[in-house]
Design a protein around this ligand. Sequence first.
Ligand code: GDP
Ligand code: MG
Length: 177
Amino acid sequence: MPALAIPDPSLVVLVGPAGSGKSTFAARCFEPDEVLASDAMRAIVGRDESDQAATRSAFALLHRQLAARLRDRRLAVVDATNVEAHARRALLQRARAAGMPAVAIVLDLPPDLVLRRNEARAGRVVNAAVVRHHLARLRTAVDHGLLEREGFNVVYRIRAPAELEALTVERRSPSAP
Ligand code: GDP
Ligand code: MG
């Protein structure tokens, strides 16, 4: 697969269940300061990366940091499941307010693989029922073409594990064709 063209600056929204490989991909293809991860925010405002009780404050912090980055016209990658339409809508509003394009990278991998990788993960294993819920929400979003309709400028969908492993990004300045 050719490199994913990513406008720089832009908002990059990762979409995928727990265990789909969002954080691994983000760490490999983006700079640490570019990645805003909901789990990292939970560790700041809550007990640790798995503190679900801190979800609300964690996303409030993520949104504050995102707004600041976009205001400074710096690329931002949101590493959260983003399988729910309302979560994506809130992010898209930030991009629009800043006049920035929004790119979605959807990790739509085989459910069995995602469940296995979640179970095998060092550290935080998410309840399998929760991952199944993520998978179902993702299915709805993809099968109904929701992301395109929500207003993402570009939607990249990754379906094969080998495709994910080979994935690279190519930054494009806004003036580039
Ligand atoms: P996230 O929950 O979507 O952020 O997923 P992670 O990035 O934490 O990945 C979940 C698990 O799958 C981790 O144990 C990763 O090491 C593993 N993983 C992620 N991406 C890949 C991949 O491309 N290939 C393989 N073999 N394992 C991966
Ligand atoms: Mg993660």
